[in-house]
Design a protein around this ligand. Structure first.
Ligand code: GLY
Length: 249
């Protein structure tokens, strides 16, 4: 009745690199993603790569984007290692190393801040817009990684626009993401809807967002209390300039 010890046996690439490590457990609510949740660390995580053979391409790519996220926020070498590879046909030697390195990054961050009082929030890079996309489009319309990929691109764009991320890094990130992401199309998303969805996300406080930005490729920081209005302005710029990532209809 107070929980039992558990072992995680992830069967998707997304779960290999994200939810199986770190102890976050949650379910979605129609008004916002992951709203009902807790922390429960597994005793053990068993990653069996042959499960990946069962996945459709979209599902694989969705996990790959979370893996890429760990490179963008914390390890340029992982980003560069990934960049030189293709996901399909499955290359288990590459995947084993990439998953191992990715879990290492996540594990080290979680060890320092298990319950997300600070540092762990960097793992939410791309998730402010990503969660909004998933909720607004209806869960399942876009896979988690697809929505987070668009969100990572937006967060990198904001970082560059705010003079935090050098232009050459923005160019590298956006040209790589352009190759691997399909456009996200959102209907009837105006400022009020945007604001409500952002503020319903469990990670917001005091009408503002702790928004994760990049200071360079492989290094991130938390921009505390970013006003939603500022994010909306940046979002309008982003969608006007880069409809190939997110298109408003
Ligand atoms: N998926 C983000 C985290 O585990 O903190």
């Amino acid at each position: 009745m107070r929980g039992i010890p558990l072992i995680q046996v992830p069967t998707t690439l997304l779960a290999d690199v994200d939810s199986s490590v770190g102890g976050k457990t949650a379910v979605n609510h129609p008004s916002a993603k992951n709203t009902i949740g807790s922390f429960k660390q597994p005793e053990y995580v068993c990653i069996e790569l042959s499960f990946l053979k069962t996945l459709p391409s979209r599902e694989l790519k969705s996990g790959f984007i979370e893996l890429l996220k760990h490179g963008l926020i914390h390890d340029i070498n992982l980003f560069e290692f990934i960049q030189g590879q293709t996901l399909e046909p499955l290359n288990f030697e590459f995947l084993e190393e990439a998953i191992f390195r990715s879990c290492g990054i996540k594990g080290r961050v979680v060890e320092q801040d298990e319950t997300e009082t600070g540092l762990r929030a960097i793992l939410n890079f791309g998730h402010t817009l990503g969660h909004l996309i998933e909720t607004h489009a209806g869960y399942g319309t876009y896979l988690h990684g697809e929505a987070v990929g668009a969100g990572m691109c937006f967060a990198a764009f904001v970082s560059w626009h705010c003079n935090e991320l050098p232009e050459k890094d923005w160019e590298r990130i956006s040209s790589y993401l352009r190759k691997i992401l399909a456009p996200v199309v959102l209907h009837n998303l105006d400022q009020d809807v945007f604001r409500d969805l952002i503020l319903h996300d469990k990670k917001t406080q005091n009408q503002a967002v702790n928004f994760i930005m990049l200071k360079k490729l492989g290094a991130s920081f938390i921009q505390y209390e970013t006003p939603v209005e500022k994010l909306w302005d940046e979002f309008k710029n982003f969608t006007a300039l880069y409809p190939e990532f997110v298109e408003l209809r």
